[in-house]
Design a binder for this molecule. Structure first.
Ligand SMILES: [Zn+2]
Length: 453
């Protein structure tokens, strides 16, 4: 059995001033290390399994009348609960999802800590958050990927792993063709990338798809690309020239994306956050600033935006942006950039150290994703966090910092929406953040660092 030891470790280190003590320096990131030597050496016992997470949430619910806990679905393979937690009763509505990729676990860990603060904490900042915000959190959107046990992932004993995908197998009739951007058929146990599965079409149900949307590129593998013409999306185009087609929109085939979509529309949020992990990254040219190794970036932040902010002069976009998301209002674009821009402001308060290494995850529309598909449906602003390192390329050493940067960023977001100061953030500060470089993990057999979100 995997025993959970993270909370004890977290409490033991949370009193340290990060970056200012010898023990923190011993933990400092350096290019090339300290890596876990290989996948087997990664200790998953630091993470809550599905049962432990449910137990923690139930205990919080029992002890605090500020928290409402509801099961909103169950995972496709294991049938494990998908939880939703609501806290606060204010007019500003915030929706947060975590761990939609199973091997990106620290968002769920951070949520437990945040909920502990909101459920039991006191003081003017907490009071204001509870008064001004209604926060709806899905702590773990992909229980199958988070808790993959044994050969088929569905066991109770056997090797415990985490992986990106859920465990649904595509079946004839689920959709016209396998969607190559969402379905991973070439795994021992196939599954879906759930952050490619959301539909931007309001009210879309599986089976509503049109044969004309598919362009099949490989008949043998029966793959396909789902291109939805923009005039069939049904949302109001906000500005600029839209794409003719929305490439790889999602089909909402899985119970996980269905539960998250319902949760989102039920919450009707003004603001949306989603938490992920990326590969290891470094701040460009950081070794030139001071002696010593190049500084690694603990987290990248991303804001989705539309044509207004996708065509500015003197901005380094450095990726495939095209026109941005044409369904986002200018107001939602601006607020999204402010959500991302407030994160490095918060980390500056900790001084030069591991938290003060926030970089920019370059945005381009990803049509099956939570932010690009759902935000335009409620005119929500969005932000995405990409903590560096998947759960299988770091050991315990980095876990506390990964959770810490997530907790601080999200708490700062709640505080600044609650006191209104989010609107004071210079939205252009997001574009001032450097786009990080990928770093090779010497033990990573998967090759180049993943930059998927
Ligand atoms: Zn991810």
């Amino acid at each position: 059995m995997h025993r959970r030891r993270f909370i004890e470790l977290g409490l033991a280190t949370s009193g340290l001033a990060l970056g200012s003590t010898a023990s923190a320096n011993d933990n400092r990131y350096r290019p090339g290390g300290p890596w876990a030597p290989n996948e087997r050496a990664v200790n998953y016992s630091g993470y809550l399994d599905n049962e432990q997470l449910g137990e923690r949430l139930r205990r919080l619910d029992e002890r605090s009348d500020r928290i409402e806990l509801e099961q909103i679905g169950e995972s496709a393979g294991r049938g494990d609960p998908i939880w939703e937690v609501t806290v606060g009763d204010g007019d500003e509505r915030v929706h947060v999802i975590n761990q939609i990729h199973g091997d990106e676990p620290t968002g769920a860990e951070a949520m437990v800590e945040i909920l502990q603060r909101l459920a039991g904490g006191s003081g003017p900042k907490i009071d204001r958050i509870l008064d001004e915000l209604t926060i709806t959190i899905v702590p773990r959107a992909n229980p199958d990927g988070a808790n993959f046990v044994g050969e088929d992932g569905l066991g109770d004993d056997g090797e415990f792993r985490q992986r990106r995908y859920n465990t649904t197998e595509w079946e004839e009739g689920d959709s016209r063709y396998k969607n190559e951007n969402s379905y991973a058929y070439n795994l021992d146990v196939p599954g879906y990338d759930l952050n490619r599965g959301f539909s931007i079409i309001p009210g879309f149900s599986p089976g509503d798809e049109n044969e004309d949307w598919w362009s099949v590129e490989d008949e043998e593998a029966n793959l396909g690309t789902l291109d939805v013409p923009v005039d069939e999306v049904g949302l109001e185009l906000q500005d600029g020239n839209p794409y003719d087609e929305i490439w790889n929109a999602g089909l909402n085939l899985n119970p996980e994306t269905q539960a998250v979509t319902e949760s989102f529309l039920g919450a009707d949020p003004d603001w949306a956050l989603t938490h992920h992990h990326q590969g290891p990254t470094a701040i460009p040219e950081s070794a030139d600033e001071s002696p010593g190794p190049q500084r690694q970036s603990i987290m990248s932040v991303m804001a989705p935006y539309g044509p207004t902010h996708a065509n500015l002069e003197d901005v380094d976009y450095a990726s495939y942006v095209r026109e941005g998301n044409p369904f986002m209002s200018v107001d939602a674009q601006t607020r999204s950039l402010q959500l991302a821009g407030l994160v490095p402001e918060r980390m500056d308060q900790f001084g030069r150290g591991r938290l003060d290494t926030i970089t920019r995850y370059a945005y381009g529309p990803l049509w099956g994703s939570y932010l690009d598909s759902l935000c335009p449906q409620t005119d929500a602003a969005g932000a995405l966090y990409e903590v560096s390192h998947q759960s299988d390329d770091r050991g315990h050493k980095a876990l506390g910092t990964m959770v810490k940067v997530s907790v601080e960023g999200i708490m700062a977001t709640f505080e600044r929406i609650a006191d209104g100061s989010v609107h004071d953030v210079d939205e252009m500060s997001y574009f001032d953040l450097p786009i990080p470089e990928g770093i090779e993990n010497p033990h990573d057999e998967r090759g180049s660092p993943s930059q998927k979100r």
